[in-house]
Ligand binder design. Structure first.
Ligand code: UM3
Length: 126
């Protein structure tokens, strides 16, 4: 079964893409299985190496949108792409807007082993 950390990487990590095209989100949302059963409404891809994203777990601790306390904000801006479902797009034709941004990101971290955190959820960007 897919772990939460594996799911985070499938849904949010794309380190080897630097510039994206208008069709990026339509292709990636499908390729990463976020258009199965429904169109996931909003999803962010992170274009930074995994070690830089995991390092956020030792940066600024902030409260998560759901009230949990295990969210962390990146001290530097990261290259990201926001995918948002276009108004009027109807499953199974998931049609996304692609927006390339540089923002600080907030992720949730849990411990896989004592002292070894891993990223498990994307909470937002600021
Ligand atoms: N989400 C993003 N980017 C945003 C805001 C929300 O990817 O800027 C995703 C993360 C959550 C979902 O999915 O929307 C609900 O908040 P996840 O927990 O699987 O990462």
């Amino acid at each position: 079964k897919e772990s939460q950390a594996e799911k985070f990487q499938r849904q949010h990590m794309d380190p080897n893409t630097s510039t994206v095209t208008a069709s990026y989100c339509n292709e990636m949302m499908k390729r990463r299985s976020m258009t199965v059963g429904r169109c996931k409404p909003v999803n962010t891809f992170i274009h930074e190496p995994l070690h830089k994203v995991e390092a956020i777990c030792s940066q600024e601790n902030v409260r998560c949108k759901n009230g949990q306390s295990n969210c962390y904000k990146s001290s530097s801006k990261m290259r990201i792409t926001d995918c948002s479902l276009k108004k009027g797009s109807k499953y199974p034709k998931c049609d996304y807007e692609t927006k390339q941004l540089q923002k600080s990101i907030i992720v949730a971290c849990t411990y896989k082993h004592i002292r070894i955190p891993e990223t498990v959820h994307f909470d937002g960007s600021v």
